[in-house]
Design a protein around this ligand. Sequence first.
Ligand code: AMP
Ligand code: GLY
Length: 424
Amino acid sequence: MGQKVLVIGSGAREHAIASALLRGGSVSEVAVAPGNPGMALDEGIRVVSLGSSNQAALIDFVKDNGYDWVFVGPEVPLIEGIVDAFAKAGIKAFGPSKAAAQIEGSKDFAKRLMARHNIPTAKYETFDELEPAVAYVHEHGAPIVVKADGLAAGKGVTVAMDEETAVKALDDIFVDHRFGNAGAKVVIEDFLEGQEFSLMSFVNGTEFWPMPISQDHKRAYDNDEGPNTGGMGAYSPVPQIPQSVVDTAIETIVRPTVEAMAAEGTPFTGILYAGLIATADGPKVIEFNARFGDPETEVVLPRLTSDLGAGINAILNGETPTFEWKQDGATLGVVLASKGYPTHVIKGAPIPEITVDADSHVYYAGVASDATHGLVANSGRVLFVETSAESIKAAQDKVYAILDNLDTTGMFYRHDIGAKALNA
Ligand code: AMP
Ligand code: GLY
């Protein structure tokens, strides 16, 4: 009998985490709370309808059912302190404490940490009132970037190419309170130019194990047009980002951040996500997340050749983990989203049956189960189709051959995932 692991969350990311845990060998049973009915189709995955903020019920579930440890997927329960609550109950959970999760929960916290430790990021100022913020925009000029301080589900950032757009974003935050408490403070930072990439690492509080890099596609439509989303597709590796840039990012960003969090009494354990931009002046931080990226995880974890559960279990027990990665080929995946995402989601599209080969996966996200239609779309991002092949081009061709053959009425997807790597 292998270990039993509870994964908290309900998206394609958590589906990919559950799959990777089961593939590893040391884990024989995964429960996902609240999960979704799409992932329940997989052998070995049990869906438990407990909300990710229901700490007391989740603790009871783990104890009553003999689960060995917990993996926390999304940021909200982390920022609410679920790992601290599990620890108090004597349960091992992989993820940062409430204090350490501030690196994602407050942009001002992350910016101040980077400033204290000379970690490269855009120059910034923080404001809690409209007038001085507007004055700063006029003094500085555009382009300029306005960010609501707290969590805003990826929608709190305005990249303003002119001063008027920046002022409008400040009005939305301070006058219309568009982000509620998340907008009580605002970070205004310099606009950076370059290709973005995501560098995620397993962290045990003092040491870290970087994963292969990946690239997300944040805009809703082809050619990076349309509104910012949670992410519409991803691929890994990212050949146009040289290894020297990744090495510099590890030494000038990841290492000092892990050391700074430990030195300041908020050691980070879990997945540290560095959202980076390769500027002419070297890699710089766009944002930190306190968890696996979504959809980056869905293309990075399939490249893990070692046992994910064994690696995390080692960290939870204070031992040295092993993480090994496929060195050749590429993994690429595309999000299928409900029409109208991210602003006015139209739910209810029926989801066709999708058959894929052993090198591909369908990871389900916003789906519900309907007595007449089977699975139906129930949220913005519906599912993720991913494949591994010998090259980015081959993986791209394969994923689009699957998607283009489906009846996707009521849904949409981008047609250019991976284009930046192929046009580089
Ligand atoms: P974030 O939620 O902080 O990841 O920001 C969302 C997106 O806005 C990022 O993926 C970037 O494309 C863009 N962005 C954020 N900060 C900057 C910046 N300082 N310069 C240029 N683009 C940015
Ligand atoms: N894909 C970006 C994120 O997970 O925040």
